[in-house]
Write a protein that binds this ligand. Structure first.
Ligand code: SAH
Length: 374
């Protein structure tokens, strides 16, 4: 294994959660676990399905509102399966009401955020997998603050349930449906692997086992934890993998994405190819365009070459104009530089587009999800 002989102080060592996880919630459990929990409460087995239909099907998280259950049952399950996980601290909208950032407080006071973006043809929720992040990427606001703790499976799933209810109830324009979920909020999803994979299953399984989104419409974005990418490839899921590459060369990537000191560009791209092989899915490459840092024509050429070699046509590059974080001297690349970069990547036979940036004036844009509340 590459890197096994190196001893490098990478952020993984900071990745030990400092706070505990919340009490067990229905959404932490799979079907079997749910049935066992209901049995433990001395309730008949059919209640397990009934409760799950309320949560995943009707998007109800408060047992008080589950009126098809007898009051005594509601009380029992409230205590043992529905601890209050996330409380709204604030909702802020922008982009003419099509972007909405939610700041949540977990039951231990931990803050986390999610962002709902409505487009003409879809609605995408950007969710957090950890409170804070241990990966320490210098251009990312979340990375600067460090990791507070992992989120539980239910804390991840409940961000999605809540947004699905907002869409259904027409709290953001006409009633609609939440169609897409991206793990591009706070945290490194593959550093909270088990809970994230369980959450993906809850988000995508049909009711009564889950929220029923299409796996293809779920994107897991990672700094490039190569072994975890390979493991994810073997889960039998067809979610989209996004790799935050940000530069094709190790020298610069060692500083932009410090975990590169552990798994190099070549190793990350190998793992991405394995993912594409196993799942048949095209891999997304995320590339924040930082003026005079990673936006040179030669880097575009090298990026295109390396990606084409590793993945052929099974890759798509998303350029993200850098969203400058407070106190940083870095800025987004000028538009002509961006256009030239796209042209050169395309010239290598690799598809490439510039991502539209939403939520900038409410600090809901990429890398800004570091709650300033305290
Ligand atoms: N830890 C995961 C997911 C969270 S960040 C990852 O790194 O992929 C989601 C995307 O936003 C990543 O590609 C990240 O590099 C990018 N990002 C972070 N800060 C940014 C910023 N200030 N401007 C533009 N993109 C940023």
């Amino acid at each position: 294994m590459a890197g096994s002989s190196q001893v490098i102080p990478v952020p993984l060592v900071f990745n030990a959660p400092r706070r505990g996880l919340p009490p067990r919630h229905l959404a932490d459990l799979d079907e079997e676990g749910r049935k066992a929990a209901v049995k433990e409460l001395g309730l008949p087995a059919f209640r397990a399905d009934q409760i799950a239909r309320q949560y995943y099907g009707r998007l109800v998280a408060d047992p008080e509102l589950m009126t098809d259950l007898p009051a005594a049952v509601r009380e029992k399950i409230a205590e043992s399966l529905f601890p209050k996980l996330l409380t709204t601290v604030r909702d802020i909208s922008c982009d003419a009401g099509t972007t909405r950032k939610s700041l949540w407080k977990a039951n231990d006071g931990t803050l986390l955020e999610s962002v709902l973006m409505r487009y003409p043809d879809r609605a995408t929720l950007c969710i957090s997998s950890q409170a804070g992040c241990g990966m320490a990427c210098p251009f990312c606001a979340t990375g600067q603050a460090g990791l507070t703790r992992n989120l539980s499976t239910a804390e991840i799933v409940d961000q999605v349930r809540s947004a699905a209810a907002v869409m259904r109830d027409g709290q953001m324009g006409e009633p609609g449906r939440l169609s897409n979920v991206v793990f591009m909020g706070m945290g490194e999803p593959l550093a909270n692997y088990k809970r994230v994979v369980a959450a993906v299953r809850r988000i995508t399984e049909p009711a009564p086992n889950g929220l029923g989104l299409s796996q293809r419409n779920v994107t897991v974005s990672t700094v490039g934890l190569a072994p975890a990418i390979r493991k994810l490839a073997d889960e039998g899921l067809s979610v989209t993998l996004a790799v935050s590459l940000h530069t094709p060369d190790d020298e610069l990537r060692n500083t932009l994405v410090p975990v590169n000191n552990r798994w190099t560009v070549a190793e990350v791209l190998d793992a991405a190819r394995y993912y594409a092989d196993q799942t048949g899915r095209r891999v997304s490459i995320e590339y924040a365009m930082i003026r005079d840092v990673n936006d040179q024509p030669w880097r575009a050429d090298l990026l295109g070459k390396k990606l084409h070699k590793a993945l052929g046509s099974r890759v798509h590059v998303n350029l993200i104009p850098l969203n400058p974080t407070p106190g940083s001297e870095w800025d987004a690349s000028p538009k002509p530089v961006e256009r030239e970069f796209v042209r050169r990547v395309l010239a290598q036979g690799v598809s490439c587009t510039v991502r539209d940036t939403r939520g900038q004036e409410i600090a809901a844009a990429c890398g800004q999800l570091a709650a300033q509340e305290s």
